[in-house]
Design a protein around this ligand. Structure first.
Ligand code: PLP
Length: 385
């Protein structure tokens, strides 16, 4: 058994050490297999050890791993072009984590407020939202458990309830520079912003002259069955952040902005690993695969199948609603301890996640098969019954 004593205890982890993965399956150091419906928290969109990612890594590692963010590289150019072209936005800053992308979005909005809105700096964010674990992104987050931590917080993030347009309208003042929202609140338990709300928010932010920032870190890159979550509502934000699925499992994220919002000047933003060729090459390979119409259609089909199986299970056992889109789904439970359910599933060889005490979240690889969905339901059923 590996020595785990020196791993800083920032979360509670089961005493399992994973050593290998393939597609929807993981193997631990004792040779036990697990069906993975967590996939790095909605990160491994192509599952474990996908050949497309392995080839991209191997090919790029043999050519150029890092040439410093002070210089251009081909993969940085290719990935930023692919993101701009597929999103309809213009400029892309590549970085290493979702929190870093959101921290960048906050800085960009504040800079935009200095340049275009008389020094406005407040960003209206949503109750229940999750934007990361840096001090500014924790301050922007509306996760109740964050409220007492690491005081004093970064100021300037008034919060309103999700899907309440009047509340946002009332919160926008001369100090406001942007409204920031997740198309689906993932960590809060898969709570969707409605399409009508997102459309109204687009109109409102335009009318009031403030930016609309969409945090697509969990919903982007095919997770909801469209390449970007905003496509369902038919709106385009001024600023968008990507992470998780963009690298398919390697640390890669992006801050994406329209020309009008893109106001950073040299010296405002940067970082040692930003836009490095190795991660960018993987991002190009992942994006090229996920954006194919047939790939996205299969995410929608498998998602609909998983919804059907979860609904049937829920009806049979007297549980609650199924929420979400594509392959970002949640099952509301009417009873039971989700911590124990997650533990019981693990003992049976199934990895699932409980973002809150009454909710299970399902975020499998976007390549998961119907057979694997059936297997998941068979493993989950006895845990819920
Ligand atoms: N934003 C959203 C919507 C997320 O779901 C997450 C992570 O779960 C983050 C931001 C933070 O991303 P990271 O953990 O890569 O910093």
């Amino acid at each position: 058994m590996s020595d785990l004593d020196h791993v800083m205890k920032v979360t509670t982890r089961p005493p399992i050490v994973f050593v290998e993965g393939s597609g929807s399956w993981l193997r631990d150091s004792d040779g036990r297999e697990y069906l993975d419906f967590v996939q790095g928290w909605a990160v491994n969109c192509l599952g474990h050890a996908h050949p497309v990612m392995r080839q991209a890594l191997e090919r790029q590692a043999a050519r150029l791993i890092n040439c410093s963010p002070a210089y251009h590289n081909e993969q940085m150019a290719d990935l930023t072009s692919a993101i701009a072209e597929s999103s309809g936005l213009d400029h892309v800053f590549l970085c290493n984590s979702g929190a870093e992308a959101n921290e960048g979005a906050i800085k960009l909005a504040r800079k935009w407020g200095q340049v275009h809105r008389g020094g406005a700096f407040e960003i209206v964010t949503m109750e229940g939202s999750f934007h990361g674990r840096t001090l500014a992104t924790m301050s922007a987050s509306g996760k109740p458990a964050f409220a007492p931590l690491f005081e004093p917080k970064v100021p300037g993030f008034p919060k309103v309830p999700l899907n309440d347009l009047d509340a946002v309208a009332a919160a926008i003042t001369d100090r406001t520079v942007a409204v920031m929202v997740e198309p689906i609140q993932g960590e809060a338990g898969v709570i969707p912003a409605t399409d009508a709300y997102l459309r109204a928010l687009r109109d409102l932010t335009r009318e009031r002259g403030v930016l609309l920032i969409l945090d697509e870190i969990q919903t982007g890159i095919g997770r909801t069955g469209r390449l970007y979550g905003f496509e369902h509502a038919g709106v385009r934000p001024d600023v968008m952040t990507l992470g998780k699925g963009l690298g398919g499992g390697v640390p890669l994220a992006a801050l994406v902005a329209s020309t009008a919002a893109s106001c950073f000047e040299p010296g405002d933003q940067g970082g040692t690993f930003n836009g490095n060729p190795l991660m960018s090459a993987v991002g190009c390979a992942v994006l090229e695969m996920v954006r194919r119409p047939e790939f996205l259609a299969s995410v929608r089909e498998t998602g609909a199948y998983l919804v059907g199986r979860l609904r049937a299970l829920s009806e049979e056992l007297g549980h609650g609603e199924v929420r979400g889109r594509g392959l970002l789904l949640a099952l509301a439970l009417t009873r039971g301890d989700t911590g124990k359910i997650v533990e019981g599933a693990l003992e049976r060889g199934l990895l699932i996640n409980a973002p809150r005490p009454d909710t299970l979240r399902f975020m499998p690889a976007l390549t998961v098969s119907r057979g694997e969905v059936d297997r998941m339901i068979a493993l989950l059923e006895p845990c819920l019954a």
